[in-house]
Design a protein around this ligand. Sequence first.
Ligand code: SF4
Ligand code: SF4
Length: 444
Amino acid sequence: MTLKEILQNAGIAGAGGAGFPAYAKQAPGADVFVVNGAECEPLLYTDFTLIRLFLPQIGAGADAVVEAAGMKRAVLGIEKEKAKKLSLVEGQSIGKYTKIHLLPDAYPIGDEISLIYETTGRVVTPGKLPITAGVIVGNVESVLQMYAALTEGKPVTDKWLTVAGAVKEPTVLRVPLGTPVKDILSYLHIEIPEGYMLLDGGPAMGRKIQPETAVVKKTTKALTLISPDTEAALQRMRGEQSHKGLASTACCQCTRCTDLCPRFLLGYPLQPHLMVRAASCPNPNLELLKTATLCCGCGICETVACSQGISPKSIIAGYKAKLRQENMAFTPTPDRDYAPLDMRAYRKVPGARYATLLGVGNYHRIPSKIDTDFVARSVSIPLSGHIGAPSVACVSVGDKVEKGQVIATPATGLSLPQHASITGRVSSVTKDDITIENIERKAE
Ligand code: SF4
Ligand code: SF4
């Protein structure tokens, strides 16, 4: 079997980001494999914990991918402060081809484009994929999944995540995919106070979820509880109309949002102040709007830059969604050399400062508890927990399934299979998910 087939059969989707199928990143022309160990989102310690527990396996996994894909080397990028806590140093070998690369303690240094520049010195051409710069990126947990697939033929059945924020004891735990979030909260004795918000992800880029119905997906890296008076919560409460209203009345075009935008600082033609101005223009320039697809959604423009309470990020997200519907994207100028601006070195936002501005600095604690004992009573495995076409169920209600068994096959085109994350009996199959009841053990 080829590397691509092994990664697809194992159902591996990017564990730390948008859920792009790992097999689809494999293409000829890459010479560097960049392992993303930078959890620049405040409060998250999932990758940190995995590096602490499984460094040799991460090195071996990266080596295995380098060999199977015919690449030359791999680097594990991790922020300096975290590396120090793990006694890792610049250039340290963790495998035959894999070395540690220390990153600045800045937000959003784990953004794929920033990470590639920091670890390789290459700028991915705006609108193009990392492979065009000879790079493939994989999250730490994805690399462990690749290692398990390559060495033991194991598919993805579990997920590691940090439970953080307004909780008594931040915890990193491993749970089966599809575990109901409410079962995790109950297991950890966490009650959500009135008005508090639960996020799938960290306080900067996490998505607000309903604890009663949400489940753990392949992309779930954290469950973060935030109080309603934090800036992180307030940002999520402001509606699109309020953003547009502020943009057209309060923006003084100071350009600070552009000056601090990490993508602009890498030489990308993304200028949030122009996007904000376009919000009050009846016929904005389409080529300008297309630069919205270059935004990584980090929120620096909103949280750090704008003193008027405007969210360029939200306005840009609106443009992005419309462009996606129309199947339009930014097209780079042929032969143009996109290079970082000199001022980039002086305009990085320290991670701790970002946490303070989001109002979550007081929640910060390194989780002392690592839990691998959780037993799921039932799981509901999403069929579209990855980028691409939803998987196609191949089991029926009443079927008994073993952990690791294929329960959904990939659809045509970009897609992944799904595997049973527990042994049990299928109790429901819908167009969205497959539910399995644990018939062996009950959750505690
Ligand atoms: S920082 Fe705020 S006020 Fe300044 S240009 Fe950007 S959106 Fe407008
Ligand atoms: S969210 Fe704002 S700062 Fe971040 S990449 Fe997008 S425009 Fe730039």
